[in-house]
Design a protein around this ligand. Structure first.
Ligand code: ADP
Ligand code: MG
Length: 446
C-alpha cells in the first residue's frame, strides 16, 4: 500500500491505472537486486509490453530504491508462465555451445521451440525417447519422414541438442545427405577414405537429413552402407529423415531400404488448425510481434496456410518486415494485401489431373510421359493406375475426361484401372499406405 500511495501521490499516476495495472501485480521472487513482478496470465505478453511502455517498471524501481535506500534495485515485469519456463531451461555451459557448433546444429532447433500438436505428437514422443536413451535397438535407426516444411529437420536436431545438453562430451554430427554424398565422392576420388571414416565412424550419434537425395554410384552407397553398419554394430544412434518412407525411396539400394526399417519409420503430418495457431503465436512471440498482430490476423494466416510450417513462418516474417519498414500496426486489410502472393501459392490450389500426375511422378520417380503412355511394365502401370484413381477421387472429372488427361485412354480402361487400385488398397496394406502418402502430398482440402 505504501508503494501504491507513493505512486499515486508523488508520481501522479492515476488511481484507475494503479487499480487496474499495478495493484494486481504479484511479487514473484527477489533474486539479488532483481525484483520480479508477475502479471495475471490473462494479460499475456501484451500486458507486460504495455506496462513497460507506460514506464511503470521505472516508476516502481524509483519508489523501491527510495524505500529501501538501494540504488541497485531492478524491477522486472513478466508472466508467471514465463518465470516457470525460464526456471526450467538451464543455462548451458560453453562446452555445450561449442558442441552445437561442431555438430552443425542450428541453435534454435530445440524441443523447447517445437510446438506439439495432434499432427506431430507421435513423432515428438518418439524423438524424446531417442534423445533420452540413444542407441536403443527399437529406434535404431530412427527414420522420420513427411512432407517438406513439417519439422523433420527441427525435430531431428532437437534430439541432438537434448543429447548434448545432458552430456556435451557426446560426439554428435548432423549432415544433410547431399553434403554427405559429396564428402564420400571427394574422399574416394582423393584417396582420403581413411579421413572420412575417422570423421563419421567415431561419432555417437549421426544424423543424416533428407536421405532421399543420397543417390549416386554403387561405391558411394557402399561407403554409406559401411558407415551405417559400423555405427549400428556399436550401438551408436543413427537418425535419418526423408520425404517418403524407406521402401519408396527407389533411388536407394534395396539393402538400405530394408535396413532402414529396422527401426520403425515415423511419419510427421501437416499441422491441424490448433497446432498452426500455436506455432504462429509462438513464433510471433519469439520475434516480438505479438503486439502488432491481432487475433484475427493469426486466424487469417492459420486458415489460409494449411500445409507448410515454413510458410507460416514466412508469412510472419513478411508481416514483420512490413511493420518495421512502415512502422505501422498491421490491420487485417494490410495483412491480406501483404500475404496475397503467399496465400495463393499455398495449398488451396485446385487439384487437377496434371497436379496428380506430377505428384505421383515425383513420388515414384516415374516420368510424367511414362505415366500417360501406353507402356505396360509393372511400375509404370501401377503409377498410372494410382494417378487415375486419385483423379476420380479428388477431381470432379468423369471417366472420359480422365482418360483424355492420360493421352486419350477410353473410359472402360480408366474404370478398370481404378477398380484395380481399389482392390489392391483393400488387400495390400503396404500399397494402401503408399497411396496414402501420395494423398498427403496432394493435401486435398477434404
Ligand atoms: P522439414 O525439415 O520437414 O522440411 P523444418 O524442420 O525445416 O521442416 O521446418 C520448417 C520450419 O518450420 C522451421 O523453421 C521449423 O522451426 C518450423 N517448424 C516446423 N514444425 C514446427 C513445430 N511443430 N513447432 C515450431 N516450429 C516448427
Ligand atoms: Mg528439412
Amino acid at each position: 500500500n505504501d508503494i501504491l500511495n507513493i505512486l499515486e501521490n508523488e508520481h501522479g499516476i492515476s488511481h484507475i491505472m494503479i487499480h487496474t495495472w499495478i495493484e494486481p501485480l504479484k511479487i514473484y521472487s527477489v533474486e539479488d537486486n532483481k525484483v520480479y513482478f508477475t502479471l495475471d496470465e490473462d494479460y499475456g505478453q501484451r500486458g507486460v509490453e504495455f506496462l513497460k511502455r507506460k514506464l511503470f517498471d521505472i516508476y516502481l524501481e524509483t519508489v523501491l530504491r527510495e524505500l529501501f535506500q538501494d540504488d541497485s534495485i531492478q524491477v522486472i515485469f513478466t508472466l508467471e508462465s514465463q518465470m516457470r519456463k525460464d526456471e526450467k531451461s538451464p543455462t548451458y555451459s560453453e562446452d555445450y555451445n561449442d558442441a552445437i557448433a561442431k555438430s552443425n546444429l542450428r541453435p534454435d532447433y530445440t524441443f523447447e521451440n517445437f510446438i506439439v500438436g495432434e499432427s506431430n505428437k507421435h513423432a515428438h514422443a518418439t524423438c524424446l525417447a531417442v534423445a533420452d536413451s540413444p542407441g536403443q535397438d527399437k529406434f535404431n535407426p530412427l527414420f522420420l519422414y513427411g512432407g517438406s516444411g513439417l519439422g523433420k529437420t527441427h525435430l531431428m536436431q532437437s534430439i541432438a541438442h537434448y543429447i548434448l545438453q545432458h552430456n556435451s562430451n557426446m560426439k554428435v554430427l548432423y549432415v544433410p545427405s547431399n553434403k554427405f554424398t559429396n564428402e564420400i565422392i571427394e574422399a574416394i576420388s582423393k584417396n582420403k577414405t581413411e579421413e572420412f571414416r575417422n570423421k563419421y565412424r567415431t561419432v555417437d550419434v549421426l544424423l543424416i537429413d533428407d536421405i532421399q537425395y543420397l543417390i549416386g554410384k554403387a561405391s558411394t552407397q557402399q561407403e554409406f552402407f559401411d558407415t551405417f553398419n559400423a555405427l549400428h554394430d556399436e550401438g551408436k544412434q543413427i537418425i535419418l529423415s526423408s520425404d517418403k518412407p524407406p521402401k519408396e525411396i527407389k533411388t536407394l539400394d534395396e539393402r538400405f531400404r530394408s535396413r532402414f526399417e529396422w527401426g520403425v519409420p515415423i511419419d510427421i503430418h501437416a499441422p491441424d488448425y490448433e497446432t498452426r495457431m500455436a506455432i504462429l503465436k509462438n513464433k510471433a512471440e519469439i520475434k516480438g510481434l505479438t503486439d502488432i498482430i491481432s487475433e484475427e490476423i493469426f486466424e487469417y494466416i492459420a486458415n489460409n496456410i494449411t500445409y507448410n510450417v515454413r510458410e507460416l513462418e514466412g508469412a510472419l516474417n513478411k508481416l514483420s518486415v512490413y511493420s518495421e519498414l512502415g512502422d505501422i500496426k498491421i490491420t487485417e486489410e494490410l495483412a491480406k494485401n501483404v500475404l496475397k502472393d503467399f496465400i495463393s501459392k499455398d495449398s488451396k490450389v485446385t487439384i487437377t489431373p496434371e497436379l496428380i500426375i506430377n505428384t505421383v511422378s515425383e513420388h515414384t520417380n516415374i516420368s510424367v510421359s511414362d505415366i500417360v503412355s501406353t507402356k505396360r511394365s509393372q511400375d509404370i502401370a501401377t503409377a498410372r493406375q494410382i494417378s487415375m484413381y486419385l483423379c476420380r477421387k479428388y477431381t470432379d472429372k468423369g471417366l472420359k475426361s480422365i482418360g483424355d488427361a492420360f493421352g486419350g485412354k477410353d473410359h472402360s480402361t480408366v474404370h478398370s484401372n481404378i477398380q484395380k487400385v481399389e482392390d489392391k488398397i483393400e488387400k495390400d496394406p503396404e500399397f494402401a499406405e503408399m497411396v496414402d502418402v501420395i494423398i498427403k502430398k496432394l493435401n486435398p482440402q477434404k
